[in-house]
Ligand binder design. Structure first.
Ligand SMILES: Nc1ncnc2c1ncn2[C@@H]1O[C@H](COP(=O)(O)OP(=O)(O)OP(=O)(O)O)[C@@H](O)[C@H]1O
Ligand SMILES: O=C(O)c1ccc[n+]([C@@H]2O[C@H](COP(=O)([O-])O)[C@@H](O)[C@H]2O)c1
Length: 189
């Protein structure tokens, strides 16, 4: 059985918090690979600022240095709101030889009761939760927990910094920073 981790996200833009949680969970849970999976439209918050094609490209650049990291574009190709239940049903059909571990920060752990078909989804994936500043890592659902260094970093803060012309150096991989500058992303609010 292959053990595949999935880090679903908006990646608007991807940052070092994403990379660190993916690597820590990969090692702690003995995963073969982690798929970074940009959503087309996040199900629970307003639309992304950057186009899906830019978010995919930034995710590719962010993950390029890790042979265990891949970018999966199933949700951006499907369009519409990206519900994890729909995606995981497909993954389980397409990869009967794999078991899936869906990585979420504590903000998403708190939100789990509101996910589409959460009870059925729990049959399709194992959730792995990591802590996040400002949220409680506790759930009525049987999630695994992996301890990570707490990083108070978010895509929202990075977008605000860019709009204010402040530095984002070391908050995103250098290749992502260069891409953002070249494409002039997030320059206005
Ligand atoms: N610093 C962090 N610590 C722990 N988990 C995180 C962190 N940043 C993101 N995550 C988790 O990574 C997943 C994808 O996050 P997402 O791409 O939405 O980034 P974000 O920083 O939360 O974005 P935004 O600020 O735009 O809401 C979510 O499960 C989220 O909880
Ligand atoms: O399926 C759902 O109902 C659902 C509700 C909230 C979030 N998710 C998924 O959780 C992942 C992180 O979400 P976000 O919005 O923080 O990027 C992403 O893959 C979303 O599609 C999924």
């Amino acid at each position: 059985m292959k053990r595949i981790g999935i880090l679903g996200g908006t990646f608007d833009p991807p940052h070092i918090g994403h990379l660190l949680i993916a690597e820590e969970v990969r090692v702690a849970q003995n995963l073969d690979d982690v798929w970074f999976m940009p959503s087309h439209e996040p199900p629970h918050k307003q639309k992304a600022n950057a186009d899906a094609s830019d978010r995919v490209e930034m995710a590719k650049r962010a993950t390029a240095g890790n042979p265990h990291f891949k970018v999966n574009t199933i949700e951006v190709n499907r369009l519409g709101k990206s519900y994890t239940f729909d995606t995981m049903k497909l993954f389980n059909q397409e990869h009967p030889d794999a078991s899936f571990y869906f990585i979420i920060g504590a903000d998403m752990v708190e939100y789990l009761p509101n996910w589409k078909h959460i009870e059925e989804l729990l049959e399709l994936v194992t959730f792995v939760g990591v802590k996040r500043e400002g949220y409680k890592l506790a759930s009525e659902y049987p999630i695994r927990e992996v301890d990570i260094p707490l990083m108070d970093i978010s895509s929202t803060d990075i977008r605000t910094r860019l709009a204010d012309k402040r530095s984002i150096k070391y908050m995103v991989p250098e290749k992502v920073e260069i891409y953002i500058k070249e494409k002039r992303l997030y320059e206005s609010r």
